[in-house]
Write a protein that binds this ligand. Structure first.
Ligand SMILES: [Zn+2]
Ligand SMILES: [Zn+2]
Length: 117
């Protein structure tokens, strides 16, 4: 009587009862060391789902807003995510008298800060 709910599998070489498949890819006969790939082993345990959602992974594409991230990366700390590394770029305002406005874009979370000079 097997407590595993199925007929035990026998070694085709020596007829010894094979152990249940464990963590390995093969089942090895303890008597003659004959080994069988687990896929050929007639156990329904092996058909457990190994379905990874590769579609979901590939759909996570990089955002297309990289234009904001072109520039010199400086050691400024982002005030939102608190990581260092922001892209520094300037933008001329309408009037020359107002000078430049400096923008910082966080390379981690894309948070934007601006600073008038
Ligand atoms: Zn054997
Ligand atoms: Zn950030």
């Amino acid at each position: 009587m097997s407590c595993f709910g199925g007929d035990p599998n026998f070694c085709p070489e020596c007829g010894n009862v094979l152990p249940l498949p464990g963590l390995h890819d093969t089942v090895t006969c303890p008597r003659c060391a004959f080994s069988i790939p687990v896929r050929e082993f007639s156990s329904q345990k092996i058909t457990s789902t190994v379905v990874f959602n590769t579609l979901e992974l590939s759909s996570v594409t990089v955002e297309d807003e990289d234009s904001e991230l072109k520039g010199a990366v400086i050691d400024r700390r982002c005030s939102r995510c608190n990581k260092e590394g922001m892209v520094y770029h300037t933008r001329q305002m309408r009037s020359a008298d107002e000078g430049q406005t400096v923008f910082f874009t966080c390379i981690h979370c894309r948070y934007q800060e601006k600073e008038d000079s």
